[in-house]
Design a protein around this ligand. Structure first.
Ligand code: FMN
Length: 373
């Protein structure tokens, strides 16, 4: 019998033939205006070599104000206009032709955006509160979002989700991790609001959960996922022994409650404590564990962060609804699923080209047959 990692599973209304997932990976290769490029198409097609694999596309702006078009050289993809939808459709049609499935991750930078870029584009620099990120190199003239602006942001996520479906995506994943806007609302140190979006745990989690509800209403919860990183403290969001556990237990309880009431997400994507953003932490910290969350959330769980073939096989075997996402090794190894299956060596990755431009370090990593030559 095939190991669990290589056996089928359903996430929402998407049928997968294995439980290896490509993690969302920002690579700055979209064309001007946030239009997905032919280069991106080639990259995702290369990573679609094993039919029935789920690819979660890189974080994608839900609106022009979600980050500023010229941030990162203007090469982050978007999902609010027809050109972007057409660009994604080309990518997704090609991935589907290879038999793989495609989710798009929805992104708003909030206070991690570049103030100067936003100013030039006539857009406000905002976050949950007027608290800049510590050490922000680009400016500190941040202001708190008004409640009507928050409601508009939530609508932007729902519209982007509808656009993803128009482009042919199988679903979307809310980026509520790694210190971006929804995560900034969740965290006590970046959210000092005194209205219904701040203060208590319930209020701090409201933004993420209202996005969940808005997208569920627009495209259906069986095409929706959310990514959470309770133990990640990149971009000045805090992790501590008092607040982290109860805050995230609350979100998981809310997601499970919705599932019990017929609004079940396709999966929850949870980052392992051993990883911080794009890097593995130097050491494990005993009190940081995802086990309490797994006890609450009974549906499909995608675990990401620092997995090897051995730990991925073990994770899938130990829980009937667990999938394992790979980030850095999916960058370096286009035929990753096949190599994991055959226990073949993976290509080393080159961090220097993670965020560069053009084909080098993007579509020139060899498949196993070529790597052997
Ligand atoms: C170059 C690079 C870009 C990333 N971009 C994103 C992103 O757009 N969205 C996201 O949620 N995580 C992003 N991550 C984090 C990965 O999805 C993943 O959680 C992390 O790399 C840990 O998994 P790994 O140990 O398998 O690499 C990125 C990581 C890297 C290395």
């Amino acid at each position: 019998m095939a190991p669990a990692l290589f056996s089928p599973i359903n996430v929402g209304d998407t049928h997968l033939l294995n439980r290896v997932v490509m993690a969302p990976l920002t690579r700055f290769r979209a064309d001007e205006g946030g239009v997905p490029s032919d280069l991106q198409k080639d990259y995702y097609v290369q990573r679609s070599q094993t039919p029935g694999t789920l690819l979660v596309a890189e974080a994608t702006y839900v609106s022009p104000g979600a980050g500023g078009m010229k941030t990162f050289g203007g090469h982050v993809p978007g999902l609010w206009n027809e050109a972007q939808i057409a660009g994604w459709k080309k990518v997704i049609d090609a991935v589907h032709a290879k038999g793989c499935k495609f989710y798009i991750q929805l992104w708003d930078l909030g206070r991690t955006a570049n103030q100067q870029v936003l100013e030039k584009e006539g857009l406000p620099f905002t976050g949950p509160s007027a608290i800049p990120q510590k050490g922000d190199k680009f400016g500190d003239k941040i202001r708190a979002l008004t409640v009507p602006e928050i409601k508009q942001k939530i609508k932007d996520y729902a519209t982007a989700a509808e656009n993803a479906i128009k482009a042919g995506a199988d679903g979307v994943e809310i980026h509520s991790a790694n210190g971006y806007l929804p995560d900034q609302f969740i965290h006590w140190n970046s959210n000092h609001r005194t209205d219904e979006y701040g203060g208590s745990i319930e209020n701090r989690c409201r933004f993420s959960l209202e996005i969940v509800d808005a997208i569920s209403a627009s495209i259906g919860s069986d095409k929706l996922a959310i990514r959470l990183s309770p133990w990640t403290d990149v971009q000045d969001v805090e992790v501590d022994q008092v607040n982290t556990l109860p805050t995230f237990e609350y979100i998981f309880r809310q997601l499970q409650k919705r599932a019990d009431n017929g609004q079940k997400l396709a999966y929850v994507h949870l980052i392992e404590p051993r990883v911080n953003g794009t890097k593995t932490k130097r050491e494990d910290i005993a009190w940081q564990t995802n086990e309490p969350f797994r006890k609450i959330w009974k549906g499909p769980l995608v675990r990401a962060g620092g997995f090897t073939r051995e730990t991925a096989l073990e994770a899938a075997a130990s829980d009937p609804l667990t999938l394992v996402a790979f980030g850095r090794f999916f960058i370096s190894t286009p035929d990753l699923v096949e190599r994991l299956e055959k226990d073949e060596k993976l290509n080393p990755y080159n961090r220097k080209t993670f965020y560069s431009s053009g084909p080098v370090g993007y579509i020139d990593y060899p498949t196993y047959e070529k790597a052997k030559l």
